[in-house]
Design a protein around this ligand. Structure first.
Ligand code: HEC
Ligand code: HEC
Length: 486
């Protein structure tokens, strides 16, 4: 991490990235963006950068939402409307456990006041998630969405062709998102009315949103520009507009379009999580004992037998492992930037995207033979199966579930139900205590026992296991780790 005394010098221009891509220098565009994102993710921004915001009372940061500070330039009147913070000076201040780009402890939970009432009984609190493997998460969501949209379009076409209502099961990569009914008009040119009341686990627009505990954010770009504003008070030009000082700290144009692209490429370019079994295989940890290995293998079986894998799906495949910013899929890029700019005019052109291969180009965890200098294995990359698909071993289904009254929040933040959360991907879970959306569980066993709602039966199956078998399940989960190997 870098504590600045003077301002940030690592800004990049989207125009330069565009020029590199257009000139065929794809590798250089990727490294330029990644390195810039690496710098901005780790930089502790200062006043001259416009970090923080004019909260009121002369303050720049707050860990507690301050809707009570409602003067013309104070917390309540920042543009865009702020639900939290600014909480910190740098992304890395929170995403640092047990290592860089990881999660955060309780002290780095974020308190949000989505209703902006200044009433602590209506606040929600969220735990910091790790960022490993996140490029693959967006790509999986893009492919799931493409399939769901193709099914919807097919239902519409079949309804018009037959003149009869068509019911379509929405299954993508083996995950069921319920069904929809397409009913054609009875006269005139065919129009279709869609009944999406049978759609489950995803919004009615059938866009799978892979980020956030509630699964509410489709793209890394949206997450990064909002986190920049909400968490550290660095307002992007694409969020507030050129020359606009929406947080009244005397600085405008705090982050350019290229800066946000850099952040996106850096965060999505984080390595895939690993397992202790795999690290053991490459002799990168103290050897596991035969008993360790038995417990992990038995725990994995019990995990499946208890019904955990219904939601925490061990592995999904990716047909196309190329991450692109901006995406080729219109649901995963901005039609218009939040401040109203045309993305094409700003240099965000899907035909000239900064791109890289998740199975080839991830820079971390390259294991080199110390004697020969030869690369032994690139553990950061996603593995491929025999048909050339990338394996994304996320232990999740990118689907929202009702987890029961016990886990409900004070308010229903996004209108999907206060007790509804996206299945938390369990890759890396052995490195990211505490657990659950607000960090209320300090052990894996406790996190499991707090499951309710749709997960009640699986939770009860786990609870009914003899103590040693429960220990095997948690040994299996503890084996799913984050690692950055020097
Ligand atoms: C004050 C602590 C804090 C800071 C600073 C912070 N984050 Fe986060 N981050 C969080 C929390 C808490 C969540 C979970 C939010 C939620 O789901 O409601 C999160 C989630 C994320 C996610 C979603 C990951 C996923 O898989 O769902 C991304 C991406 C992310 N942060 C990127 C950033 C970037 C980029 C920055 C710097 C601009 C940043 N964060 C700064 C606390 C922080
Ligand atoms: C109905 C879907 C579903 C089933 C079945 C399910 N889970 Fe979960 N799991 C979730 C959701 C959703 C969350 C996030 C809940 C929250 O944060 O409040 C979660 C969170 C977790 C966490 C905490 C992860 C973290 O990083 O905080 C663990 C550990 C976990 N589940 C393990 C299990 C085990 C073991 C089983 C089987 C006994 C199981 N789950 C069954 C949906 C499910």
């Amino acid at each position: 991490m870098t504590y600045g005394q003077s301002g940030f010098l690592g800004h990049i221009d989207q125009a330069d990235l565009l020029q590199l891509v257009a000139g065929g220098r794809l590798g250089q565009a990727y490294t330029t963006a990644f390195d810039a994102g690496d710098e901005s993710f780790h930089f502790f921004f200062v006043e001259s950068d416009g970090v923080g915001a004019a909260i009121g009372q002369g303050r720049r940061f707050t860990r507690i939402p301050r809707a009570d500070l409602n003067g013309p330039t104070e917390w309540l009147n920042h543009v865009p409307a702020r639900p939290t913070g600014p909480n910190e000076q740098a992304c890395t201040a929170c995403h640092a456990l047990p290592m860089d780009d990881g999660g955060g402890g309780i002290a780095h939970n974020v308190t949000r006041d989505p209703l902006r009432l200044g009433d602590p009984t209506q606040y929600i609190e969220r735990q910091t998630t790790h960022l490993f493997g996140s490029g693959a998460l967006q790509r999986v969501a893009e492919e799931l969405t493409a399939t769901l949209h193709a099914l919807r379009d097919a239902a519409e076409a079949e309804a018009c062709a037959s003149g009869l209502p068509v019911t379509k099961a929405l299954v993508a990569k083996g995950i069921s998102y319920g069904s929809l009914v397409a009913t054609p008009s009875t006269s005139g040119p065919c129009t279709v009315v869609l009944d999406t009341s049978g759609v489950i686990g995803v919004s009615a627009d059938l866009v799978v949103r892979p980020f956030g505990w509630k699964g509410d954010t489709p793209t890394m770009r949206q997450f990064c520009r909002n986190a920049s504003n909400n968490e550290i008070g660095m307002q992007g030009v694409e969020l507030v507009g050129q020359g606009v000082d929406g947080d009244f700290d005397g600085v405008s144009d705090e982050l350019g379009v290229g800066d946000v692209t850099g952040m996106v490429i850096y965060v999505t370019g984080q390595p895939r999580p690993l397992s202790n079994l795999e690290l053991d295989r490459w002799s990168l940890i103290d050897p596991l004992t035969p008993e360790d290995k038995r417990a992990i293998r038995s725990g994995r079986q019990l995990f499946e037998a208890s019904g955990c894998a219904v939601c925490h799906v061990p592995s999904l495949t990716l047909d196309d492992p190329i991450f692109r910013e901006p995406s080729l899929n219109p649901a995963f890029r901005d039609a218009v930037l939040p401040a109203g700019q045309d993305p094409l005019v700003e240099g965000l052109d899907p035909n000239f995207a900064v791109r890289y291969d998740l199975t080839r180009d991830l820079p971390d965890n390259v294991i080199v033979d110390p004697n020969t200098g030869q690369v032994i294995v690139r553990l950061g990359n996603f593995k491929k199966n025999a048909s050339g698909q990338a394996l994304v071993e996320l232990f999740g289904d990118l689907k929202r579930h009702d987890m029961g009254a016990g886990l409900a929040e004070q308010i229903d933040e996004i209108g999907t139900g206060a007790s509804v959360f996206m299945t938390e991907n369990l890759w890396g879970v052995g490195s990211t205590a505490p657990y659950l959306h607000d960090g209320r569980a300090t052990t894996l066993e406790q996190a499991i026992l707090l499951h309710g709602g749709e997960a009640q039966a699986a939770r009860d199956a786990f609870a009914a296991l003899p103590t040693p078998a429960r220990a095997d399940v948690t040994a299996f989960l503890a084996n799913l780790v984050l690692a950055k190997i020097e």
